[in-house]
Write a protein that binds this ligand. Structure first.
Ligand code: NAP
Length: 317
């Protein structure tokens, strides 16, 4: 049986990215190898990871197992990782990527992102704090970008991009960059539909990757009274019409708006079903209805880093 794969989108450098990827934040080291293997078996050819998730070794083991089994070749799969905030000084970037490659057991990445625009103090662990407050570094993300460009020139990654950048930060980056970012990975889901930042990025041919597509129900700070997107009645009514689930409708909504969702799961049945979205389409009316659910419902504000001059959520988009 041949596995059905997801369609791809062309990035602004000509490389192709599959329109859905597997997220790996909060996926425990003991669970994520199985999750990656299940995803590859289900047809995923795109995995989203990061150094700060502290599970890249186990993500790499899943990829290696499927290469060794002959299910995929390295070039068949799109692997993303992210530079953590403590490695923002130009001279630290290449080393940070080399560490990620060593952890993953790979020779190159498909995409490396600056995880957040804020820089944290170097050499104090992943979350350097003093008296409970995050310690920042004076590194400027424009200098970080120079390190990202070096990574690309050295062949350590095929593409480079950013994450959690607002429109002003992107303007500033685009004015200075030799190499344009291919994507801005941001939080997007029906409760935070990001229509302005998505339009901004589209106009500049920067793909939006949509993180926390289900509004991250397993986020550590979730409260039982928070609204649940996966049970939202408006989405449920649309899902029933298509004989699909809320998860399917949300992923279709994101794909039909031109973004690339990266749903996380460590449950094989969910990993499989989240891929089952290429046999139906939402109408423009249904997309408009879902757009109406926006309530500025950001679930990843990273408030601990609010004091940084580069915290991205001080402006409208
Ligand atoms: N760049 C950034 O700053 C940033 C920030 C946040 C996230 N991300 C990336 O985006 C990925 C996705 O975001 P996320 O992890 O925050 O959350 P998410 O994908 O919105 O939601 C994940 C949660 O939904 C559950 N789930 C998945 N499929 C389901 C289904 N079909 N039915 C019911 N529940 C389902 C998962 O459960 P189980 O795992 O238990 O199955 C998990 O609890 C991350 O893993 C990460 O790779 C990036």
């Amino acid at each position: 049986m041949t596995t059905k794969l997801a369609p791809t989108i062309k990035l602004n450098n000509g490389k192709l990215i599959p329109v859905i990827g597997l997220g790996t934040w909060k996926s425990k080291p003991g669970e994520v190898t199985q999750a990656v293997k299940a995803a590859i078996d289900a047809g995923y050819r795109h995995i989203d990871g990061a150094h700060v998730y502290q599970n890249e070794k186990e993500v790499g083991e899943g990829i290696k197992a499927k290469i060794d089994e002959g299910v995929i070749k390295r070039e068949d799969i799109f692997i993303t990782s992210k530079l953590w905030n403590t490695y923002h000084k130009t001279e630290l970037v290449v080393g940070a990527l080399k560490q990620t490659l060593a952890d993953l057991g790979l020779e190159y990445l498909d995409l490396y992102l600056i995880h957040w625009p804020m820089a944290f103090k170097e050499n104090g662990g992943l979350f350097p704090t003093e008296n409970g407050k995050v310690q920042f570094s004076d590194a400027d993300y424009l200098d970080t970008w120079k390190g990202m460009e070096q990574c690309l020139e050295m062949g350590l990654t095929k593409s480079i991009g950013v994450s959690n950048f607002n429109s002003e930060q992107l303007d500033r980056l685009l004015a200075a960059a030799k190499i344009k970012p291919v994507t801005n990975q941001i939080e997007v889901h029906p409760y935070l539909n990001q229509s302005k930042l998505i339009s901004y990025c589209k106009e500049r041919n920067i793909l939006v990757t949509a993180y926390s597509p289900f509004a991250s129900p397993d986020r550590p700070w979730a409260k039982p009274t928070d609204p649940s997107l996966l049970e939202d009645p408006v989405i449920k009514a649309i899902a029933d019409k298509h004989k699909k689930t809320n998860a399917h409708v949300i992923l279709r909504y994101l794909i039909q708006r031109g973004t690339v969702p990266i749903p996380k799961s460590v449950t094989p049945s969910r990993i499989q079903t989240n891929f089952d979205i290429f046999d139906f389409e939402l109408t423009s009316e249904e997309i408009k209805t879902i757009d109406g659910l926006d309530c500025n419902g950001r679930i990843c504000p990273f408030d601990e880093a609010k004091e940084s001059k580069d915290w991205p959520f001080n402006i409208e988009f």
